[in-house]
Design a protein around this ligand. Sequence first.
Ligand code: F6R
Length: 608
Amino acid sequence: MCGIVGYIGDKQAAPILIDGLEKLKYRGYDSAGVCTNDGEKFIVEKEKGKIEVLQQMTGKGKKIAGTVGIGHTRWATHGKPSKENAHPHISQSESFAVVHNGIIENYMELKSELIRKGVKFVSATDTEVVAQLLEYHYNGDVLDTITKVMPMLKGSYALGIMYREMPDEIIAVRKGSPLIIGIGEDENYLASDVPAILDKTKNIYRLDNGEIAVIKRDGIVVYDLSGNVVEKTVETITWSVDAAKKDGYEHFMLKEIMEQPKAVHDTIIERIKDGRVVLDEIRLTPEQIRNFDKINIVACGSAYHVGVVAKYIFEKILRKPVEVDVASEFKYRDPIVDEKTLTIVISQSGETADTKEAMKEAQRKGSYAIAIVNVVGSAIAVEADDVIYTLAGPEIAVATTKAYSAQLAVIYLMAIYFGDILGKICKEDYKNYVSELLALPEKITDILDRIEDIKNTASKLFARKDVFFIGRNIDHALSLEGSLKLKEISYIHSEAYAAGELKHGTISLIEKGTLVIALATYEDLHEKICSNIEEVQSRGAYVLGIGCENRQHLSHSADSTIFIPKTCDMMLPSLAVVPMQILAYYIARFKGCEIDTPRNLAKSVTVE
Ligand code: F6R
């Protein structure tokens, strides 16, 4: 969703801001804008639509004077996408300029109050309320005013603020939504996300909740809410600019699909020492692990699908009950969770509002929360009781691929680690799991080497209108992800169904030519899924089967097949997901869809 950039230095600010916004557009947006201070006044340029529109209007920023400024990409929440609603927002007398990520939940109340006092609003956004509040309550000291206004704002937010009379500083405020400050030489940056400034500096400060930073050309001072100076540690970003570039691939999604062996390798390798799984980073003790009587998993979208896979794995190996919830539903069903429940939170961005809220709800009820997160220092990572980072590197395409695979890898690590502590895994199984886990990157590479065959299959299927993904047990969990991948980027209607459930209603939708993708990797239920394949075929469906290479007779049941290498049951999803991602990618490509930024979607969903 929305993105923030800021610059202060000796160079012209607007070209740097627009360049930064370009790098944030993967997050999803529908309008963009910048505001600079030329020493006397604010210069604001913003417009609905693509950043290219802003680039054209401003000559890529060259037409805008000023060496200090803030910029924003907006994904509409309050008020439609329009020029008026685009950020930056300026207060009535043009004294404050504000860009904002997140949500001010009580903005209507605050707005009505300000309107009663005579303040005139020009937009429908919650953000404008912040600019107007700052101006209304201005007491001669910008920092003090901000500190007084912050407690009035309910919700989560990251703010970039400029005060017209102080053209030599930008103020950054974090409560909930992430913000980083890039440290340069005689120049400094502000951003909501590392890629925006990675080609300018690798040294950053991450603001923590409740911190306020005053960013000047030659220095940065960070304060807490009581006005005390906070000593921050400089973090050096280790990934390169290339990690956030397409590297010759036509789309980020394809690049990220191809990066999966590395993402899985990097995620597991430091956590397996001398054949043992070591999760040094968690504080959760073996005693606590033994005391939990239930596991509770919350996440959204693909991360939720990882949770569904995890339920099958944990219940089978740990023999503890597992509940998986879509995070947006969890909080509002008064879930039965207490200190005997372990909560596992899964999120690539670490920013997803629903997931964060679900985690907090579980924590409020006394549950210990472990988060599996990709983005270092993100809100969920910071607020969880423990965090296990996936080391997938930056994921840019909206449709997740490598982060999904890295999350699965962490689930396997946890299953082995917890299973061992609970005494549920014998020596032989332990050894086998670890060796299969270490072999996963190579087996994924094996499938990627056959990408042209899968592309060829996609070329025959891209015109289908309806697709069903079916599977049983862990294959069913995986079918959810296959179906989401396809529909979100190709806009083809698709549904995932437990194969045995189809005949209880949905099979009436199968007609001549309906594409059914049958996942048949789970050996114990092979005969049963083959019967389900026959059921749909006899009603006219065309079946593409995905199975393990030791089960070649799947070719006799399905109309066409894709085979994956064999591995232990729990790790099958890591292999079977790869052909489904490639299929979705090429089907979308043959259809001419905008793959990396599908319509209506944002990379991180920071509103509930
Ligand atoms: C689908 C996809 C989304 C995300 C979901 C959660 O390809 O990427 O469904 O999985 O929005 O996002 P995170 O993992 O950032 O919490």
